[in-house]
Write a protein that binds this ligand. Structure first.
Ligand SMILES: C[S@@+](CC[C@H](N)C(=O)[O-])C[C@H]1O[C@@H](n2cnc3c(N)ncnc32)[C@H](O)[C@@H]1O
Ligand SMILES: [Zn+2]
Length: 309
């Protein structure tokens, strides 16, 4: 573990600074003890809110992946992510939104935190851009969780991984220039709390972004049939409206700078009526996003903002 990481690591239960003790970290504030395995600090704790549900999700992902046949280390594919060579609406929305993040918000020298990083494919793009990248997730699994980050380290060089709950981030206030997640915020048991935590660990003026979060129109059911398989395994799935995400950002003190259809605008461009909305000068995309988010039963949103104070 790099000294720069220890400097910003905090106890997820009581926020105290931690002391390095052999193969682990101790909290002088509450007596908590956290192991470091293969260089990855394990910052979950039985005292954290919702930990039973989160541990259930940790077990559920590999079980689902095994049964569906994607519990594999596929080096060739993992080096392409998020651009998969087959038609997949989720990955293509990840790709569109992530490319926007890279183009508009990522600068060399930044300290970047990803929440819900899973395999850590973000490292492929962040580390070569000269970014100090920290990947976090509750899932430390060697194939589909943070353990797979070792593979990416061999390709792009070292970065830090921390097993952590996005609703109880084990970092000091204002530690990062950019804090983002991809399709992970909707797994939070309390999405407002996760956004608050992401904003807390971002510096003043720093970027806070949630990429490709599935949404529902205000009248649509909270029971999205597309999530039923995950839920059956015990994965914490939710579908919020765009307004719920906007409210979470604003109440966390984050000014929204861009609201984007997660998948971009190619589909909208083919729709006769919405095509005209897109052409409105300056606000066409935002207007098309608002119409889609409020009228399409299920959709996906990408939100960028900056921490105000
Ligand atoms: C749909 S996957 C997306 C993973 C990755 N961002 C990607 O796009 O490939 C959701 C991820 O969120 C993680 N997750 C769920 N609840 C979490 C929490 N409370 N804190 C941090 N990560 C969480 C899961 O373990 C999983 O890796
Ligand atoms: Zn503590």
């Amino acid at each position: 573990m790099r000294p720069s990481l220890l400097e910003v690591l905090r106890c997820p239960v009581c926020s105290s600074e931690l002391t390095l003790d052999g193969d682990g970290l101790d909290c002088p504030g509450c007596g908590g003890a956290f192991e470091i395995e293969d260089g990855v600090p394990r910052m979950l704790d039985d005292r954290l809110s919702g930990i039973v549900e989160k541990r259930r999700e940790i077990d559920a992902w590999p079980a689902k992946a095994r049964e569906e046949g994607w519990y594999v280390k596929d080096d060739a594919i993992d080096l392409l992510l998020p651009a998969v060579p087959w038609d997949d609406p989720t990955w293509s929305a990840n790709e569109h939104s992530f490319n926007l993040l890279l183009r508009r918000y990522v600068k060399p020298g930044q300290r970047v935190l990803e929440v819900g990083a899973a395999r850590c494919w973000g490292a492929l793009h962040m580390v070569p851009r000269g970014v100090d990248y920290v990947a976090t997730d509750i899932l430390a699994d060697p194939v589909i969780g943070l353990g797979r980050g070792a593979f990416y380290e061999r390709h792009v060089g070292p970065f830090q991984r921390v097993q952590a709950d996005g609703e109880n981030l084990p970092f000091a206030d204002r530690s990062f220039d950019l804090v983002y997640c991809v399709a992970s915020l909707h797994h939070a048991l309390d999405a407002r709390k996760m956004v608050r935590e992401m904003a807390r660990v971002a510096r003043r003026g720093g970027v806070v972004a949630a990429l490709n979060e599935g949404t529902r129109a205000p009248g649509a059911s909270e029971d999205n049939p597309q999530q039923s398989s995950e839920k059956a395994y015990g994965i914490n799935e939710h579908v919020h409206t765009m307004w719920a995400y906007v409210g979470a950002f604003v109440s966390a003190g984050v000014a929204i700078t861009r609201l984007e259809q997660a998948e971009g605008y190619d589909v909208i461009r083919q729709r006769r009526r919405l095509r005209h909305v897109l052409r409105v000068p300056l606000v066409g995309r935002t207007a098309a996003t608002l119409v889609t988010q409020n009228l399409s039963e299920y959709s996906g949103i990408t939100i960028f903002g900056r921490r105000l104070v």
